[in-house]
Design a protein around this ligand. Structure first.
Ligand code: NI
Length: 170
């Protein structure tokens, strides 16, 4: 299996709003496997379909230390939120940068699994943060949208420089 190419900020394609998955076809299932494979290969704890330029509402997550608890969320929807938590976030589409972001500390959500079954999930702390971060990707949002414009511009410039000095990466 080959990993999928991960788009990097400020690529405008990362701003695309993903559409709901209508049917869990074999292609969708295969895609979720490649999404997980790409996430593990990049040592990420979460990867949204939007980040690999596939604009349907699919998220891969694994926050376990042992990297053997994959979670696929299709059409995830947060139904309840509580509390607030601030932590340094990073993103595979914004490599090398970490900034503090405030999120809800507890969430309830509904989603569909790869078998097409609806399920509910309660998440707190890191899992809750990760899910909110990934759902943002599906809505075309990035964690840098929560920081100051100046900081965002600095990251944009630095990443542009890195990318132009690495021919073939993008
Ligand atoms: Ni991200």
């Amino acid at each position: 299996m080959h990993p999928l190419e991960i788009l990097e900020f400020p690529d405008p394609k990362l701003r695309t709003v993903a559409t709901p998955v209508k049917k869990i076809t074999d292609e969708i299932v295969k895609f979720t496997e490649r999404l997980l494979f790409t996430m593990y290969g990049s040592s990420g704890i979460g990867l949204a379909a939007s980040q690999v330029n596939f604009h349907q509402r699919i998220i891969a997550i694994d926050i376990s230390e042992s990297k053997d608890e994959p979670l696929i969320l299709i059409n995830p929807q947060i139904t309840e939120r509580a509390g607030e938590i601030e932590s340094d976030e990073g993103c595979l589409s914004i490599p090398g940068f970490y900034e503090p972001v405030k999120r809800s500390s507890e969430i309830s959500l509904e989603a569909i699994d790869v078998n097409g079954e609806n399920f509910c999930l309660e998440a707190t702390e890191l899992l809750a943060i990760c899910i909110q971060h990934e759902i943002d990707h599906l809505d075309g949002k990035l964690f840098v949208d929560y920081i100051s414009k100046t900081k965002r511009q600095i990251i944009r410039k630095k990443l542009k420089k890195t990318n132009s000095s690495r021919p073939g990466v993008k």
